[in-house]
Design a protein around this ligand. Structure first.
Ligand SMILES: NC(=O)c1ccc[n+]([C@@H]2O[C@H](COP(=O)([O-])OP(=O)(O)OC[C@H]3O[C@@H](n4cnc5c(N)ncnc54)[C@H](O)[C@@H]3O)[C@@H](O)[C@H]2O)c1
Length: 273
């Protein structure tokens, strides 16, 4: 595999399972050292061991991305151990599936607090560090001479249109498209690229839960909600975590140096805008 990320240090949040784990392993295969930033203590250690078995360095850090103090502690730990941060992938996220009229204030706060607030404040803390890494004479010129960092956020096809039974989730993912554009503009003088991906239907532990909840709401058997979505995918299959990881690795690499503020659907054609 091409070593497009050789010498780079990447933080991947939510890297304990599902898409985040696939992203962390893909970046490691492309040469990056990794910080596995994950709330689950068991899964983050498993991911780190798999990265180390690929010959890359991996540190684990317990983090709830909804907590600013924990985010800063993550950044400080990564810089102390690995020296610098070149890539941030904000994968950590949660979904709640319930009828519109049943959503509680707690559901709303939890989903927005993890998905949207977590993404924003991880970008802020890591962005500050990426800017600190730019030589002062380059900052003084007011225009960075090369890319000084890559950030990739996780939106969703649910960020492209509303969802009657996942209102908070869809709202958080739509807002991630907006904050990706805002951060891309804010970081453009430093030549830090900020982009997002919208995965489609990717069977993972998250989708297992969504399928159970949506199928129940539809009055369908387990698997019914997943099938209903996959039937609408033009490429006629669900995606894999590796499909998404390949797109993320591209956006983290110098092949994407002239791309910023964009949100890429990785969904087999489910959405086309
Ligand atoms: N699976 C899909 O079909 C799909 C589709 C579109 C978007 N997405 C998005 O992709 C991302 C990954 O999805 P997935 O399906 O792999 O989910 P998943 O639930 O399988 O994995 C999410 C990971 O994030 C971690 N996490 C959750 N809250 C956290 C927090 N507060 N701090 C740190 N870590 C936390 C979990 O412990 C878990 O390891 C999410 O942002 C999700 O919204 C997934």
């Amino acid at each position: 595999m091409d070593q497009r990320l050789s010498g780079k240090v990447a933080i991947v949040t939510g890297a304990g399972q599902g898409i985040g784990k696939a992203v962390a392993l893909r970046l490691a295969r492309e040469g990056a050292d990794l910080a596995v930033a994950e709330i689950n203590c068991e899964t983050r250690e498993v991911t780190a061991r798999e990265i180390q078995s690929l010959g890359r360095r991996a540190l684990t850090h317990p983090v709830n991305v909804g907590c600013l103090a924990e985010i800063q502690s993550l950044v400080d730990h990564v810089v102390a151990e690995l020296g610098h941060i070149d890539v941030l992938v904000n994968v950590a996220g949660i979904a709640r599936t319930q009828a519109f009229l049943e959503m509680t204030e707690e559901d709303w706060s939890r989903v927005i607090g993890t998905n949207l607030k977590g993404t924003v404040f991880c970008m802020q803390a890591v962005g500050r560090q990426m800017i600190r890494q730019i030589p002062p004479e380059v900052v003084a010129q007011g225009r960075a001479d090369r890319s000084y960092g890559k950030i990739v956020n996780f939106s969703s096809i649910s960020g492209r249109r509303g969802r009657s039974v996942q209102m908070a989730y869809a709202a958080s993912k739509a807002a991630i498209i907006s904050v990706t554009q805002s951060a891309a503009l804010a970081f453009s003088p430093y030549n830090i690229n900020v982009n997002a991906v919208c995965p489609g239907v990717i069977p993972t532990p998250m989708w297992d839960q969504i399928d159970r909840d949506r199928s129940r709401l539809m009055g369908a058997q387990p698997g019914g909600a997943l099938k209903a979505f996959v039937d609408k995918v033009p490429l006629q299959r669900a995606g894999t975590p590796e499909d998404v990881a390949a797109a993320v690795a591209f956006l983290c690499s110098s092949d994407a140096d002239y791309i910023t503020g964009q949100t890429l659907n990785v969904d087999g054609g489910f959405e086309m805008n």
